[in-house]
Design a protein around this ligand. Structure first.
Ligand SMILES: [Zn+2]
Length: 66
């Protein structure tokens, strides 16, 4: 992990996205960040599908998965 840089988990593909990278989406009061527009569009087309995985990913504290 890179210290001092806020990172986000792309809820669609699980990638770690640094602040300032990727694309953002305001959704129900949160800032979600995605590695690319395709992931954002995937989320936006069916948000409910990704909401639970989002919590799941954070609960796991998942890190690098390359
Ligand atoms: Zn992605």
């Amino acid at each position: 992990m890179i210290s001092g840089v806020a990172t986000y988990i792309d809820p669609v593909c699980g990638m770690t996205v640094e602040q300032g990278a990727g694309v953002t989406l305001h959704w129900q009061g949160r800032d979600l960040r995605f590695c690319e527009i395709a992931c954002r569009d995937t989320f936006r087309s069916d948000p409910a599908r990704w909401v639970e995985p989002l919590g799941h990913v954070h609960a796991l504290g998942r890190e690098m998965d390359r």
